[in-house]
Design a protein. Structure first.
Length: 643
């Protein structure tokens, strides 16, 4: 038998050799200040100029994210914008010397278009119209001084397309929206040739061979089907689209505009919707399709693109998801990012000539991955036999038994949770909480049938999926049944309120962030540009003008069930929220106060649908930490033991 070394001797030798002492698995990471999770990134949203000579990015100036540009030859950096009211988040290169960006006022989502020279000169508001929302249709990469936008300038409910000169500000209206067109599309030459109109529940596709021709109808579908044009074929004759017509999941197809039929099925995943399609503008080939299972996946049409992804995978260590964002016009250099559950977004460039990868920036360099928690994909069964996919984040260094848990349903509701770095998850895990996310029925990416099971199921089977996930954690012994809170934003805020009203004994506390409380007032205060979709919304959620639906909507409106709430609540709301009006939070807060239920209410006058400004985020998450610590945290556990 071989002699074995004493453990103390091994540790002594490791120390003597300069090695770190092994960290016991039970050791918890240090408590990280809340601000470290929620402060603005050091720099992010990097973009290469079309000629590859400059690198733009967002970084903080006077507490707000502003556009900066770095000259890659000299290394000099110039601040382009100086906004002190709100962070700039949406921007792009218009040409080698100018950038465009969009900004709203106080979160009202009426975005104006601005242009600026990369030197910081000539910052100009190009669509300075009060109460008007501007959106980009086509950046026209071959016409450096022009882009195509749409605005609801003449009617708040509909958008007309315009060509705008970003140097002179000259506007040219390209077509008049008769009132029912919701989307406009251009071909590869920037010609406006496709539109989609709706009657509220049906979509009709309009096409014209040239801009001199009249639009003609080529196909109609119901909103329950998906046909999403991505871009024209490279000869500008047909369409590449994402379609689930005649199938459950959304696939990549080529659609023949002359015969008005699907010409070819190019890629289909039987289990997951294709969510994106990319192409090489220079080489005129499809490059890859993206879908999302537990993690992001790709199907490659093009060997050169596949080779690039393989080189990136081989060149960077770690279990990462990779997203190629953009390239120079010559497609000789690409910008891509990596993401994981324990690290923030990291930007790199990839040089096609020598296959070299160069680090650009870590958006959150202060985050130590070793102190972060793993986000694990999970599955459980709903009470009616559906497989519900989700993610479980467990605090590091704590035995996963009888833990305090935050159940965190996503917003949308027709969206989904994904794997990756999430500051909320990491913040809560760092404080000792397990976090459960679930892609309840109606979540996107899992096919048409799963999505349609959510129709008129707010507060019903959709909520049951959340409840069943909570009970799953209890049955697994992970959750302490007396220390479970529910927290969500937007639809997740509604699900929070539904959770504490419809299952009042399941949760010990609730946090509602810009959530719906009254289905009737919510329907009456939707933004004007959602008006064309009202009938579709009625069919998916419920029609308050219909006798039967109105009964159902009342039964699932938390404000009418407020007498059931018996747990403390934290509620946060932006005063200028155009989607979930402040009246939604005001109503439920008033009802809670009338019922003598403990409620903390945070309202921010300079915010909309969620808190954008850093100082407001800090206040909200500090309030969340104090609230959870009091009601389900370790402090609460000590108090229980002394009873």
């Amino acid at each position: 038998m071989k002699p074995h070394l004493n453990l103390a001797l091994i540790l002594g030798l490791l120390i003597l050799l300069g090695c770190e002492k092994p960290k016991p698995e039970s050791q918890r990471p240090p408590e990280i200040p809340m601000e470290e999770f929620f402060k603005n990134p050091e720099s992010y949203r990097f973009r290469l100029s079309p000629d590859g000579t400059s690198l733009s990015f967002l970084t903080t100036y006077n507490k707000r994210l502003n556009i900066h540009v770095k000259d890659l030859a000299t290394g000099d950096t110039i601040r382009v914008t100086s906004d002190t009211a709100r962070d700039i988040r949406m921007y792009a290169w218009a040409n080698n010397n100018q950038l465009i960006y969009f900004q709203d006022t106080g979160g009202d989502e009426n975005f104006q278009l601005f242009a600026a020279d990369k030197t910081g000169d000539n910052v100009t508001a190009l669509t300075n119209f009060e109460g008007v929302r501007t959106q980009l249709i086509d950046d026209l990469p071959d016409l450096p001084q022009e882009i195509i936008i749409e605005m609801n300038k003449e009617n708040p409910q509909v958008f007309d397309p315009y060509r705008i000169n970003i140097v002179t500000g000259e506007l040219t209206k390209l077509a008049a929206n008769p009132g029912d067109i919701t989307e406009w599309f251009t071909d590869h030459e920037g010609k406006l040739r496709l539109a989609i109109k709706t009657d509220g529940v049906n979509q009709t596709f309009l096409y014209r061979p040239t801009e001199e021709d009249e639009f003609e109808e080529i196909m109609s579908i119901t909103f329950k089907d998906t046909f999403a044009p991505m871009f024209f074929t490279f000869d500008n004759k047909n369409l590449y689209a994402l379609s689930n017509l005649g199938r459950n999941t959304t696939a990549v197809v080529e659609f023949d505009l002359e015969t008005k039929t699907e010409k070819a099925l190019l890629y289909e995943n039987p289990d997951y919707d294709v969510t994106d399609l990319s192409y090489s503008r220079k080489r005129k080939v499809l490059s890859n399709a993206m879908f999302e299972a537990d993690r992001v996946g790709y199907y490659f049409f093009d060997d050169q693109t596949k080779k690039m992804y393989e080189a990136i995978n081989n060149g960077i260590e770690g279990d990462l998801d990779i997203y190629v964002l953009a390239s120079t016009k010559a497609e000789d250099k690409f910008m891509f990012v990596t993401e994981s559950d324990r690290t923030g977004t990291i930007y790199y460039t990839y040089d096609m000539a020598d296959e070299q990868i160069e680090l650009v920036a870590n958006t959150r360099p202060w985050i130590n991955p070793e102190n972060m928690a793993s986000v694990k994909p999970i599955q459980y069964q709903s009470r009616d036999g559906l497989t519900i996919n989700g993610y479980l984040t467990l605090p590091t260094g704590i035995e996963p038994k009888n833990l305090p848990v935050v159940v965190h349903p996503h917003g949308g509701p027709w969206a989904r949770d994904s794997w990756g770095y999430n500051p909320e998850l990491q913040f809560l895990a760092n404080r000792g909480y397990a976090v459960l996310q679930m892609n309840f029925r109606g979540s996107t990416g899992y096919g048409k049938e799963f999505w349609m099971k959510s129709f008129k199921q707010w507060g019903r089977t959709m909520q049951n999926d959340i409840t069943d996930g909570t009970k799953y954690l209890i049955d697994q012994g992970i959750a302490d049944p007396e220390r479970i809170a529910i927290y969500g934003g937007s639809y997740g805020g509604y699900a929070t309120l539904a959770g504490v009203t419809l299952t009042p004994d399941l949760y010990a506390a609730g946090i509602d962030y810009v959530g719906v409380s009254n289905m009737f007032t919510f329907m009456n205060t939707i933004p004007p540009y959602w008006e064309p979709f009202r009938d579709m919304f009625y069919e998916m959620v419920g029609d308050p003008t219909d006798a039967q639906d109105s009964v159902m909507l009342r039964e699932v409106s938390p404000v009418f069930l407020a007498d059931s709430i018996k747990v403390p609540m934290l509620i946060a709301q932006g005063a200028k929220d155009p989607r979930v009006n402040i009246a939604e939070s005001d109503q439920i807060v008033e009802a809670l106060k009338d019922n003598m239920v403990e409620v903390d209410y945070i309202v921010k006058e300079n915010e909309g649908h969620g808190f954008s400004n850093e100082e407001n985020r800090f206040e909200f998450y500090q309030a969340m930490e104090t609230f959870l610590d009091k009601h389900i945290g370790e402090k609460m556990e000590i108090d229980k033991s002394e009873m």
